[in-house]
Design a protein around this ligand. Structure first.
Ligand code: G6Q
Length: 548
């Protein structure tokens, strides 16, 4: 693994794909479906409750064969094995990448530096479960003896997006007698609006921060402590109302949280891969330990599939390969994630971080600048059908190629009248329309005036993946979906030969802001040594903020 890999674009397999693309780029999905009645069957895969139809992509059997050849040549199988067995594939931070260990069964052994990490994972899970049971049953009391009714997770990025997304996704399974809030933004509005109406005596704060030094989180945590003590007065109340999720015990106790009330995780869990660790404590409080374990089982099911299934029918790998096909061979710059489930409203934002922070890299694992191919796409999206009444216009008729993932469910979480069939009718109609469009002849046949024909014509041939879940959204299904995307991102990152597990761009932001804080707060005019624009903006802000 330590040997420098060839630049992907120098590989014969890459060149073969480029030549193949030139042959099929103008083929229309209309023709492809007409020519092959078995196409929908051929281009489908399944794992657990998730069925993937990837037939509405601009691919043929040869495309998949060549993409798999590229994956094989790039050592994807060895890469998967290296990840699952705890090799230090996060080369810039010299860390193993073992979010898969978070869902390993008790009897599995996974060694990092010669030590089995699985017992530690289960020890933390068991402590989380015991704590959750106490809070949910009312046995854990606040400082004044009241039971906890509000839980507020204070964290940002990987310590926020996962639990916030999953809490929203699994509200149907949560304890409705409790209120859950997520404070991430250092904008005071986030804190103020989240705790509005909460009784401090009934509120538990979970300060979630891997490093316990992140500016936004530490500031929000201090504000939370002041808010609590303004009512409860006594410092000792912090013990009953604050717990921490972190890898940094020293900073946790410096903050005043008893390390007995700290739930750990490990440096081999990246922030954006961490909500199935103790970072998911708020979620466990909401859905209970059994629900949380059921979610882990869903993750696990996909992990095993990804690790053991041949690439030809390996769902996350196929999703990755088809995505890479557009990204690198059609020049597509973006991917839309379109869940037809209101509960998955935050899923696109979650995947945005997972994908863009992981694969948003322009230097390869050997430190060479990447100049001949594209890496991670811009990820975005909103739940359907809302998007249809907004930005789908550009997907249908704009000048850009935007591959889309449609995620839908055969069963609703809330059975109400004809709602679900209406939702799913839109779901099916959109992928059909995107693929097949509407020809000028079809528009004319509707009696449309000639001048309008070009405007009403849909060229189609827009690629989509359909992920159709056999059932309703459950904790287990959510685990499956997240693991599918984790491994999709891994597949692409591995072929691009980048480190999907560091985030120096994020680290930069943390350092830069810390430099400017004292410049904004200084009572006397500070000496500024930024560029001319930044200096002037800071001066302007100071003047106006101070009423000058
Ligand atoms: C995730 C990133 C980043 C991180 C936040 C919060 O992979 O590293 O989003 O999660 O910056 O960091 P802390 O958990 O250390 O506060």
């Amino acid at each position: 693994m330590s040997q420098a890999r060839p630049v992907p674009t120098d590989l014969d397999e890459w060149k073969a794909l480029a030549a193949h693309q030139a042959r099929i780029r103008d083929a229309h999905l209309r023709e492809m479906f007409a020519a092959d009645p078995g196409r929908a069957d051929r281009f489908s895969a399944r794992v657990g409750d998730v069925f993937l139809d990837y037939s509405k992509n601009r691919i043929d059997a040869e495309t998949i064969r060549l993409l798999i050849a590229l994956a094989e040549r790039s050592g994807l199988r060895a890469g998967i094995e290296a990840m699952f067995t705890g090799e230090k594939i996060n080369v810039t931070e010299k860390r193993a990448v073992l979010h898969t260990a978070l869902r390993a069964p008790r009897d599995e052994r996974i060694l990092v530096d010669g030590k089995d990490v699985v017992p530690g994972v289960h020890e933390v899970l068991d402590r989380m479960a015991a704590f959750s049971d106490r809070v949910r049953s009312g046995a854990w009391k606040g400082a004044t003896g009241k039971r906890i009714r509000n839980v507020v997770n204070v964290g940002i990025g990987g310590s926020d997006l996962g639990p916030a997304m999953a809490y929203e996704a699994l509200q149907a399974f949560s304890d409705r007698s409790m209120r859950f809030g997520f404070v991430s933004n250092v904008d005071a509005t986030d804190f103020v609006e989240t705790v509005r109406g909460m009784d401090p005596a009934e509120t538990l704060f979970i300060v979630a921060s891997k490093t316990f030094t992140t500016l936004e989180t530490m500031n929000n945590a201090r504000t939370a402590r002041e808010w609590l003590l303004a009512t409860l007065k006594d410092e000792s109340a912090v013990r009953d109302h604050f717990v921490a999720v972190s890898t940094n015990a020293a900073e946790v106790s410096k903050f005043g949280i008893d390390t007995d009330n700290m739930f750990g995780f490990w440096d081999w869990v990246g922030g954006r891969y961490s909500y199935d660790s103790s970072v998911g404590l708020s979620l466990m409080l909401a859905i209970g330990p059994d629900g949380f374990r059921d979610m882990l089982a869903g993750f696990r099911l996909v992990d095993e599939h990804f690790r053991t299934t041949p690439l030809e029918s390996n769902l996350p790998a196929l999703l990755g390969l088809v995505g890479l096909w557009y990204d690198d061979f059609f020049g597509a710059e973006t991917v839309a994630i379109l869940p037809y489930s209101q509960y998955l409203a935050r899923f696109p934002a979650y995947l945005q971080q997972l994908d863009m922070e992981s694969d948003g890299k322009s230097v390869d694992r050997e430190g060479r600048p990447i100049t001949t191919y594209q890496t991670g796409p811009i990820v975005w999206g909103q739940p359907g059908t809302n998007g249809q009444h907004a930005y789908y216009q550009l997907i249908h008729q704009g000048t850009k190629l935007i591959p889309c993932d449609f995620i839908g469910f055969c069963k609703p979480n809330n059975e109400l009248g004809i709602h679900h069939d209406l939702l799913m009718a839109n779901f099916f109609a959109q992928t059909e329309a995107l693929a097949f469009g509407k020809t000028a002849e079809e528009v004319r046949a509707e009696g449309v005036a000639e001048a309008q024909v070009p405007h009403r014509t849909f060229r189609g041939n827009h690629p989509t993946n359909t992920l159709l879940v056999d059932r309703e959204l459950t904790p287990n299904v959510l685990g499956q979906l997240v693991a599918i995307y984790e491994h999709k991102v891994f597949t692409q990152g591995w072929i691009w030969n980048i480190n999907s597990f560091d985030q120096w761009g994020v680290e930069l932001g943390k350092v830069l802001a810390n430099r400017i804080v004292p410049q904004l707060q200084s009572p006397t005019e500070p000496a500024l040594e930024h560029d001319g624009s930044t200096n002037a903006l800071i001066r302007r802000y100071r003047r106006i903020r101070r009423g000058g």
